[in-house]
Design a protein around this ligand. Structure first.
Ligand SMILES: [Zn+2]
Length: 501
């Protein structure tokens, strides 16, 4: 369905109100007792607010129908003075859900009493939420299913009283990248094997002008990528491999290159250390990191990013079988590091080890990797935040700030070298992990850092990749978390320029 968004200077008056299905109305806290700048039916709404009680429209929208001819549906919120990026996205998602459940196709938005600088973030957030809600996710229910609702052709979102037009190109690009990430992640694993995934990526590469190279198991053997191949060897089908996508800006540039890396485990049984049923459920989502890397590349391509980008995706499945790798195996990664395998369910760091080693050989200005990597990151943060670990101290504050502003919140963890003691092996250079419930998200990052070398690096452990009931502006459990955060980090905080300086 197309979403048409218009911004007009005129305030919302009674005549225009009659033409809308519904209205989302936002009143700043400090203007609640004021005159709402001539919004129609102000007194009616004020009376209903009073009747609904003191905290009405504060924590969730007040939903009511106006006594006009059209009986216009209104969802009303009192806007707190300093809402965080997350709080604003969370609030507007509630409005969007109310309106779409009501079946509204032509929705007006008014925020009487907000000055332009306050209205802009609201317009941006509402656009993000409506685009996220509108994105069609994979749905295999047959047309007979009563729960499958037909959707209207066009959804119109009309902002009133906009004195300064807001450029929404970035929001649209982020929404497109996020929708791609969610779509791929939700797709069932029989529909998204490494071979099928590669075919979809090839189609995207043709569409968006990315150069694509695929390193299959033969090519990886030549590169001595023993860590990746240890995981891949358990699959009956020889379809695992590492994809390299390249984006070049239209204008030739000497700008330093960005490198995105993603974990793409299309299904994770745990391997020989097989997962119990409860933990294997949903393990087709273990490729979300690769989908987020891909979605980020798509958003940056749409915005014609002025720097070159490489995107490396490690596609494999973690299977059980006679050829599957085992605990206590010792394998050699492409940078020569020998690894003592401890637990086959820690396959993410194995496939990423070789992928990061290959990516860092090209000495990009910054590597960002995304992976649904550790349960301990979920234990530490829950699923409302994702974790980050970086080998550059200066980036920690930037990560927190980018999370706060984008509404995709990320919290950094320590990266001190003394954590390495836990990974000392008697037989190899490093242990893959430990069997103790130590801070595995930190140990995983320490392990991965062996393959990154000195390249500036941010590792995102996607604990917020699945959040029950949705998160911020995203209405689905699968969040596609990371695209918005990364664009903030790169485009608003310009961390690549800061690293180069
Ligand atoms: Zn695993």
């Amino acid at each position: 369905m197309t979403v048409r968004i218009t911004q007009q200077a005129a305030p919302l008056k009674s005549a225009a109100l009659e033409r809308l299905d519904s209205v989302m109305l936002f009143i700043p806290e400090k203007k609640l007792a004021g005159d709402w700048s001539g919004f129609p039916a102000t007194q009616v709404l004020k009376n209903r607010l009073t009747r609904a009680g003191e905290r009405a429209a504060h924590d969730k929208p007040l939903v009511t129908d106006l006594p006009n001819r059209a009986g216009t549906r209104v969802s009303l919120s009192v806007l707190p003075q300093h809402a965080s990026g997350f709080a604003l996205l969370d609030l507007v998602r509630q409005h969007v859900q109310q309106q779409l459940a009501f079946g509204a196709c032509h929705i007006g938005v008014a925020a009487p009493g907000l000055v332009a600088a306050e209205f802009e973030p609201l317009i941006e957030a509402l656009t993000a939420a409506i685009l996220a809600a509108n994105a069609q996710m994979p749905d295999y229910r047959s047309a007979k299913s009563s729960r499958k609702k037909p959707s209207p052709r066009t959804l119109q979102l009309q902002f009133f009283g906009v004195t300064r037009q807001v450029d929404l190109a970035r929001t649209r690009a982020e929404a497109e990248g996020n929708a791609l990430a969610r779509t791929l992640t939700i797709t069932p694993p029989n529909e998204l094997t490494p071979a099928l995934y590669r075919r979809r990526i090839a189609a995207l590469a043709r569409e968006h002008g990315w150069r694509m190279r695929f390193l299959d198991s033969r090519a990886l053997k030549r590169k001595h990528a023993g860590a990746f191949l240890a995981v891949a060897q358990g699959s009956a089908s020889d379809d695992a491999g590492i994809i390299e996508l390249s984006y070049q800006p239209a204008k030739r540039t000497r700008a330093p290159a960005l490198c995105l890396v993603g974990k793409g485990i299309c299904f994770d049984t745990g391997g020989v250390n097989v997962k119990p049923a409860r933990y294997m459920q949903g393990m087709h989502e273990d490729m979300e990191g690769s989908a987020v890397a891909l979605g980020t590349l798509l958003a940056l391509t749409r915005l014609r990013a002025p720097f070159p980008i490489k995107c490396w995706l490690a596609l494999a499945q973690n299977h059980i079988g006679p050829r599957a790798y085992k605990p206590t195996d010792v394998v050699t990664a492409s940078n020569g590091t020998t690894i003592e395998v401890v637990h086959t369910d820690a396959e993410g760091r194995m496939v990423l080890a070789d992928t990061l080693a290959l990516a860092s050989r090209e000495e990009p200005a910054l590597i960002i990797d995304y992976a649904t990597l550790t349960g301990s990151c979920v234990a530490a943060l829950g699923t409302a935040y994702s974790g980050a670990i970086t080998n550059r101290d200066a980036l920690r504050e930037e990560i927190i700030a980018a999370g706060r502003a984008s509404g995709e919140r990320v919290w950094p963890f320590p990266f001190d070298p003394d954590y390495d003691k836990a990974l000392e092996s008697r037989i190899a250079d490093i242990k893959q992990c430990t069997l103790d419930s130590e801070a595995d998200h930190i140990l995983a990052a320490r392990f991965l850092s062996r393959f990154v070398g000195e390249t500036p690096w941010v590792h995102i452990d996607l604990s917020a990749g699945n959040h029950k009931g949705g998160l911020a502006h995203i209405p689905t459990d699968v969040t596609g978390f990371g695209v918005r955060f990364t664009l903030n980090l790169l485009l608003d905080r310009k961390v690549m320029d800061k690293l180069a300086a």
